[in-house]
Design a protein around this ligand. Structure first.
Ligand code: ADP
Ligand code: ASP
Ligand code: MG
Length: 475
């Protein structure tokens, strides 16, 4: 649709009545000028509470369930009372109660069975987004801006990988057009849930944690939007996580490839899959701060002319390193590697980094800690014979590691850069455990001791001349 703007508000940007009011105003201002579709996350921390409640249910912890249900009701009731005119409150409080009752019903089922089936989790966890979308739409209507709450379950069609579903773009395009274009045509602002969807036969799914960014880009692509704005709680994509590096600077522009690499290597500001649906139509994305909307934010574009070396440094703490080492020269190292990777891939484990010094020697790879147990089980079963006959040393696991990545298209062909990064890390006395650089030279990834990770990030950030202090010194 011509000139269409998709706007996504993250959890902190709708975290309270006050924040919802600001989000609604930002959306309404644009909607007065052009067609707008709004995508909304659950209020901050709500998804965590919903997921924790289901864990309590599985463990049969009644008190834990009750405490969380009380917290859920209190948070949304309070937002409703602060946000809406008194006359509207009883009806909306009743809607909140109904949605939380739906959630409670699923949770009770889990408590009874003592298990949490992934498909039930997905249905239940989407209640967070359904609540926030309902409140934002109610508020817009109360302010005289016609808006409709939409459940993405009726719009975003996905595969059946519960908890980490992928969109099916063709049916999503059809549904998005059928549901949202008529609303836009009538001058109604659609406010749609982020994070969730459903299979073609209607089973609820979710797109993975932080998936509302992905929802927004799926909808932007499905509706041929001209832009996507992602509203969050920082000034845009920065040269490092500002929580770790106080001197981190906002990047005015990054490429799709850079933003995706940053996201894959731990920059939470963007869900890693966000850019994929946009590539074909080259839809530009803005990352903006809803707490400081006057600031320009970061523009994410398919390509930029001037390439500035390293653009940003990211890190991931919740990872573990798995190492395998042949104990016998008779073993074909390449075959072992292939079978090991095949085994973890089949177990739906994402390998974050892979490194090997030579095919006869050991090789290691990095996985998320929550996928570690699954990885080791898959390896033990795929390589059971070699392990039993001691052709392979026992699988070694190191949980005490972190991943650091330096990212930038301009790093390509810069001799000495990798050396400077390693030296900077060593200078602050942090041990380097493994190194990897893809042949695209977009990212240099380093595995270090976990307790030195933050220190190493700050050291590399400074070494690469990133940050506000450096920018100021240059002017
Ligand atoms: P939202 O709820 O809006 O989706 P998130 O919490 O998912 O927001 O992402 C925003 C957070 O990402 C920021 O508060 C910041 O701490 C973190 N972050 C990590 N790396 C970066 C980076 N390179 N640039 C900006 N923010 C980053
Ligand atoms: N509410 C979901 C989460 O916390 C999705 C999102 O915020 O993007 O993971
Ligand atoms: Mg997010």
């Amino acid at each position: 649709m011509k000139d269409l703007l998709v706007m996504k508000f993250g959890g902190t940007s709708v975290g309270s009545a006050e924040r919802m009011r600001i989000a609604a105003r930002l959306a309404a201002e644009e909607a007065a000028k052009r067609p707008v579709v709004v995508v909304v996350s659950a209020m901050s921390k709500i998804t965590d509470i919903l997921l924790a409640t289901m864990r309590h249910a599985e463990a049969g912890d009644r008190a834990g369930i009750e405490a969380n249900l009380t917290a859920l009701r209190a948070r949304h009731d309070e937002a409703c009372r602060e946000l809406l005119p008194e006359a509207r409150q009883p009806a909306v409080l009743a809607k909140i109660a109904r949605l939380i009752d739906d959630f409670e019903r699923i949770v009770n089922g889990m408590a009874m069975l003592g298990e949490r089936p992934p498909r039930s989790i997905d249905e239940a966890v989407a209640v967070g987004e359904r609540l926030s979308v309902m409140l934002v739409a109610e508020h817009l209507n109360a302010e005289g801006v016609r808006a409709a709450a939409v459940n993405a379950q009726d719009v975003v069609v996905t595969d059946a990988v519960f908890g980490n579903a992928s969109p099916l773009m063709e049916p999503t395009r059809e549904k998005a057009r059928a549901h949202l274009l008529p609303l836009l045509g009538q001058g109604v602002l659609p406010v749609i849930t982020g994070f969730n969807g459903a299979t073609a036969d209607g089973r609820p799914t979710t797109l993975g944690r932080g998936g509302s960014d992905f929802s927004a880009s799926i909808l932007a692509a499905a509706l041929d939007a001209s832009e996507l704005w992602i509203w969050t709680d920082v000034d845009g994509i920065m040269s490092a996580d500002p929580r770790l590096v106080p001197d981190a600077d906002v990047l005015a522009e990054v490429t799709y490839a850079e933003a995706a690499e940053l996201a894959y290597n731990g920059a939470k500001v963007l869900h890693p899959k966000t850019l994929a649906p946009l590539a074909e139509k080259k839809i530009p994305v803005w990352s903006k701060n809803s707490f400081a909307p006057e600031k320009p934010g970061t523009r994410i574009v398919p390509a930029i002319a001037v390439q500035n070396g390293t653009r940003a440094v990211t890190s991931m703490g919740n990872v573990a390193m798995v190492s395998l080492e042949p104990a016998s020269p008779e073993l074909n190292g390449v075959q072992v590697m292939a079978r090991a990777l095949d085994a973890v891939a089949r177990a739906d484990v994402e390998v974050l980094l892979f490194s090997s010094s030579s095919y006869r020697q050991n090789f290691c790879f990095l996985v998320r800690q929550e996928e570690l147990e699954r990885s080791v089980r898959a390896l033990e079963s795929a390589l059971a014979l070699e392990l039993a006959h001691k052709y392979l040393y026992p699988i070694a696991v190191d949980r005490d590691v972190g991943l650091l990545a330096a990212v930038g298209e301009g790093m390509q062909g810069k001799p000495g850069l990798a050396g400077r990064i390693f030296t900077a890390i060593s200078r602050v006395n942090v041990n380097i455990i493994a190194i990897a650089q893809g042949s695209s030279e977009l990212t240099i990834a380093v595995v270090v001791r976990r307790d030195g990770l933050e220190k190493a990030v700050r050291a590399v950030h400074a070494e690469c001349g990133l940050g506000r202090a450096h920018a100021a010194a240059q002017h």
